[in-house]
Ligand binder design. Structure first.
Ligand SMILES: Cc1cc2nc3c(=O)[nH]c(=O)nc-3n(C[C@H](O)[C@H](O)[C@H](O)COP(=O)(O)OP(=O)(O)OC[C@H]3O[C@@H](n4cnc5c(N)ncnc54)[C@H](O)[C@@H]3O)c2cc1C
Length: 246
C-alpha cells in the first residue's frame, strides 16, 4: 500500500465528492482512501479566496511511501497512593486532573462554581434579571472562562503537538466536531461546549476522579514549607500531597 501527503487548492464551496474526484484525476488513481490533515482558508488575494488542504492519501495504486508519524501522548497507569488537589475546572485544571487521575493519582478537583448545566441557568438568569451569581458567571463555574463562547481553540505554543493532539482527541470523543482535528482555526462551537464539558466530567468521574462543586478554596495549610491541606468555603479541608492551582 502506497501513501503520500499532498497539498491541494480547492474552491471555498467544494464538496467531498469534488475533492475525491480531484484526487482521482490529479494522481490517476481509482481506489484510494484519504484524510484531511490540515485545512486553512487562503484569503490573501481577495479575487482568489480558496481552501488550502493538506491531504493524506493511501492507495494500492501509489508507489511512494511517506513515513507516517502516529505519535500520541501515552499516560501510563501505575497504582499510586499520592493525593493531588487541583483547584479550578477550566481547561488547565480539568486536563491536569484528568491526566493525573489516568496516571493513577487520587485526584480531587475543586471548583467554586456549579456543574455546567446549573452554571448555564445562572447565566441565563443574569441576562434576564441582572441578578449576579459570583460563583456562576462568564468567568467562574465548571469548564472555566470561555465555556460560554464559541470555543475557538487557540494555543500560543508551537511546541506541544503531542499534548495538543491528546486534548483534541478528547474533545472529539466528548462530542466536538471531527473537523477540529485538521482545521487551522478550529471551533468547538457554542452549542457543543456545555455537552463537551459534561461528557469530559463524566469520563473523569468514571476513571475514579472526584469533583467537588460549589466549593471555593480559601486558604492553604503549610507545615515545614510544605502544603499539606487546602481549606475551603464549605468548612471541609482536603489533605493532599500535591496541589495544582489552575
Ligand atoms: C467570554 C470569554 C470568551 C472566551 N473565548 C475564548 C475562545 O473562544 N478561545 C480561546 O482560546 N479562549 C477564549 N477565552 C479565554 C479562555 O477562556 C481562557 O484562556 C481559559 O479559560 C483559561 O483556562 P484556565 O483553565 O487557565 O482558567 P479558567 O478557565 O479561568 O479556569 C479557572 C477555574 O477556576 C475556578 N476557580 C477560581 N478560583 C477558585 C477557587 N478559589 N476555588 C475553586 N475554584 C476556583 C473558576 O471558577 C474557573 O472554573 C474566553 C474567555 C472569556 C471570559
Amino acid at each position: 500500500m502506497g501513501q503520500k501527503i499532498v497539498e491541494l487548492k480547492m474552491p471555498t464551496n467544494y464538496s467531498d465528492a469534488e475533492l475525491r474526484s480531484r484526487i482521482a484525476n490529479k494522481f490517476r488513481i481509482k481506489n484510494f482512501s484519504f484524510q484531511i490533515e490540515n485545512k486553512s482558508l487562503d484569503a490573501r488575494n481577495k479575487s482568489d479566496i480558496h481552501w488550502l488542504l493538506k491531504v493524506f492519501i493511501q492507495s494500492e495504486e501509489i508507489k511512494e511511501l511517506v513515513p507516517v508519524t502516529n505519535e500520541t501522548l501515552s499516560v501510563p497507569y501505575k497504582k499510586r497512593n499520592e493525593k493531588v488537589v487541583v483547584v479550578g475546572s477550566g481547561p488547565a485544571g480539568f486536563f491536569s486532573a484528568y491526566i493525573l487521575q489516568k496516571a493513577g493519582f487520587k485526584v480531587v478537583l475543586i471548583e467554586r462554581g456549579s456543574e455546567v448545566e446549573h452554571r448555564g441557568q445562572m447565566i441565563e438568569k443574569f441576562e434576564r434579571t441582572e441578578e449576579f451569581d459570583s460563583n456562576n458567571n462568564y468567568a467562574y463555574g465548571e469548564g472555566g472562562a470561555g465555556t460560554f463562547s464559541d470555543g475557538k481553540l487557540t494555543s500560543r505554543s508551537k511546541h506541544i503537538s503531542i499534548e495538543k493532539g491528546f486534548i483534541i482527541n478528547e474533545y472529539v470523543d466528548a462530542g466536538a466536531p471531527q473537523e477540529i482535528k485538521y482545521l487551522a482555526h478550529p471551533h468547538l462551537g457554542s452549542d457543543n461546549l456545555k455537552l463537551i464539558v459534561k461528557n469530559l466530567r463524566e469520563k473523569f468521574v468514571k476513571i475514579g476522579g472526584k469533583i467537588v462543586f460549589n466549593t471555593c478554596v480559601t486558604d492553604l495549610k503549610i507545615k515545614k514549607k510544605k502544603i499539606y491541606s487546602v481549606e475551603t468555603s464549605t468548612g471541609e479541608n482536603y489533605e493532599t500531597d500535591y496541589l495544582i492551582m489552575a
